[in-house]
Design a protein around this ligand. Sequence first.
Ligand code: NAP
Length: 259
Amino acid sequence: MFNSLQGRSAIVTGGSKGIGRGIAETLARAGVNVVITGRTQADIDATAADLADVGGSVTGVAADVSSPEDCRRVVAAAVERNGGVDIVCANAGIFPSGRLADLTPEDLEQVMGVNFKGTVYIVQAALEPLTASGHGRVIITSSITGPVTGFPGWSHYGASKAAQLGFLRTAAIELAPKKITVNAVLPGNIITEGLIEMGQTYMDQMAAAVPQGRLGSVADIGNAALFFATDEAAYITGQSLVVDGGQILPESPEALADL
Ligand code: NAP
């Protein structure tokens, strides 16, 4: 039996949509009071309203994680509303496609600014309350793309997701004496609003590459994040957990042929 997380305080960046929304919902169902962020106020308001009755409170702050000032504002709001910060889920991310030959300095700056720098800024901004909590948790949403696999059009994205893990390993050492753990979830292909817009045929093709024969749900990622947030995961730090239904395992398409 796991200790209750009832009354803990969490920030989920990019919690207004997709995987972040799933993480926010899972934490709130466990009784955690969650502050979600995103740049679009309407999405934040809609998600906060949808999740109003699941358990812990869900409130929003419009913020851009590539701005250190915005990240400080988010942390201040969580401290004011929920009495501190126990859990930071650095989840906000973008994945514009661009082939290597076409990538501009602006493309690189945008992807690294949100995915990598945004991760660092929200963790930096929350260091004081995370330390004060005595059981701080940093949970990063990385990806299999970059740290483990590649996909044409995503060289910059993959690099930003791998950069998160480079950050994680040293951050985990520096923050260990403060009893803050730093871990990452590496999702495979997860069903989000964006993926649904690609159509059923596309989703079926993606699912066919997964040994379990299905795409992941945002709850699959939320549950992994929830585990890292527990007291029982206190001795796990600097680690990354692939959550992909076995997608990275086949060494060739033939490995899936006779299933
Ligand atoms: P999504 O549905 O597009 O949601 C992204 C969230 O991040 C939204 O809430 C978005 O809100 C927010 N966001 C984007 N840029 C932001 C910024 N500069 N500042 C603050 N918030 C920002 O994406 P998703 O698929 O859930 O992806 C979430 C994370 O999972 C990303 O880090 C992604 O790399 C990772 N991931 C996703 C998959 C997948 O299959 N979906 C697989 C592996 C990894 P606004 O647009 O309103 O700002």
